[in-house]
Design a protein around this ligand. Structure first.
Ligand code: NAD
Length: 260
């Protein structure tokens, strides 16, 4: 159980982040949600999670492309909960274009949200973790933190980068009860991936579900999507006492994506 622990999950109003936030709350942790969306929907989600799991659930609207907002997210969680034991850097965006067509402002945005935001939240969360001699930092990287695909220059660069950041912070905290790991998911069916399937279906003229099956078949040998619930359950394991020996690792949850 993660009772008595408090967590910040970036980008937790949707997809993988929401799966992780739910799993942490179900395990007894207090959770600070973050991400974009309709204010009323987010408030309904926050209340529903509090009632379902009997833990405090808060929300902070930080736009993680802005360093000072990333810092404020952690500071607000520290003042509301008294501490941040678990930091999950999950928020991320995608942009698909050939490198020569890649809009420079989109490159900057992907690097800011998918990589630099994790640096800013980490640098302010680590001192408290060191002082209390406990911490768990989980960076949601990607199979694209290990291998590449065409047309994803910024995303692949950011995800390889966050795997590097993970290893450095793991080294710097290794002698304390702090672990820092990257989870590297393969395809998970979330709005981020649905947009890519829709774009491909539009280009090919194939039905959506056929395109989804083709997408899986190209890279994910299991031919099944990984689920946000599976990533959530794995995160809970890493956060628990049995995760104490796992640090500095890039952990694939990818249906075999990175085997070939
Ligand atoms: P998603 O689009 O469903 O969720 C992204 C979340 O991040 C949302 O809550 C969104 O509001 C939030 N967000 C986006 N920009 C933000 C910003 N500037 N500030 C704060 N929050 C912001 O996507 P997802 O698929 O759940 O992706 C979550 C993470 O998992 C990303 O880092 C993504 O790269 C990674 N990932 C996804 C897959 C996949 O197949 N879906 C695979 C590997 C890795």
């Amino acid at each position: 159980s993660l009772q008595g622990k408090s967590a910040v999950v970036t980008g937790s109003t949707s997809g993988i982040g929401l799966g992780i936030a739910r799993a942490l709350a179900a395990a007894g942790a207090e959770v600070m949600l973050n991400g974009f969306g309709e204010a009323a929907e987010i408030e309904a989600l926050r209340q529903e999670m509090e009632q379902t799991h009997g833990v405090r659930v808060l929300y902070h609207p930080a736009d993680l492309s802005q360093p000072e907002q990333a810092v404020d997210l952690v500071k607000q969680a520290e003042s509301a909960f008294g501490k941040v034991d678990i930091l999950v850097n999950n928020a991320g965006i995608q942009h698909v274009d050939k490198v020569e067509d890649f809009p420079p402002e989109r490159w900057d945005q992907v690097i800011a949200i998918n990589l630099s935001a994790a640096f800013h939240t980490t640098r302010v969360a680590v001192p408290g973790m060191k002082a209390r001699d406990f911490g768990r930092i989980i960076n949601i990287a990607s199979a694209h933190g290990k291998v590449a695909s065409v047309n994803k220059a910024a995303y692949v660069a950011a995800k390889h980068g966050i795997v590097g950041l993970t290893k450095v912070v793991a080294l710097e905290t290794a002698e304390q009860h702090i672990t820092v790991n990257a989870i590297c998911p393969g395809w998970v069916r979330t709005p981020l991936v649905e947009a890519q399937i829709e774009a491909r279906a539009k280009q090919s003229g194939r039905p959506y579900e056929e395109e989804a099956a083709l997408l899986l078949g190209e890279r994910q040998p299991s031919r099944r999507f990984v689920t946000p619930e599976q990533i959530g359950a794995f995160t809970v394991f890493l956060c628990g006492p049995d995760g104490d020996g796992i640090t500095g690792a890039d952990l694939s949850v990818d249906g075999g994506f990175t085997t070939h």
